[in-house]
Design a protein around this ligand. Structure first.
Ligand code: SF4
Ligand code: SF4
Length: 126
């Protein structure tokens, strides 16, 4: 049997997927007060997910497909795609959950409040 090249493997892996072209990740500041918490709850009400990486780096994940994605789930600007896309590493591809580095994930207000009560004093102060 012929060995597949890395590109061929990636093509098979990515076939009809495009998960990683369907959202953006934005770093946010660590919440320090009730106003910050209110903002996070507002995000959650809009179905924006919140994650904590490395036990300190807060990010939000916004589900918005890239406008360069074709109906066949291919990149229409592949040769000119942004560096952010080029840096994506298929070894850590989320499709098969090879890589799951976050410490906390919040999709609901209750989950966030539970975390804040357990690990911070923000809600006590006010
Ligand atoms: S999530 Fe993984 S399999 Fe899907 S398109 Fe991105 S790199 Fe390919
Ligand atoms: S530019 Fe291309 S590779 Fe980058 S997110 Fe959009 S469709 Fe995906």
């Amino acid at each position: 049997m012929n060995k597949m090249t890395k590109n061929q493997k990636n093509k098979l892996l990515c076939n009809n997927c495009a998960i990683c072209c369907s959202y953006i990740i934005i770093p946010i500041k660590t919440p320090k007060n009730l106003k910050d918490v209110d903002r996070l709850i507002w995000y959650l009400y809009h179905n924006v997910e919140i994650y904590i990486y490395n036990n300190k780096d807060w990010v939000i994940k916004v589900d918005v497909p890239c406008k360069n994605l074709t109906k066949d789930k291919l990149c229409s600007i592949y040769k000119k795609r942004p560096l952010t896309c080029r840096d994506y590493n298929t070894k850590t591809c989320e499709k098969f959950e090879h890589f799951n580095p976050y410490n906390f994930k919040f999709t609901k207000r209750e989950e966030l409040i539970k975390y804040l009560k357990k690990y911070t004093k923000i809600l006590e102060k006010n």
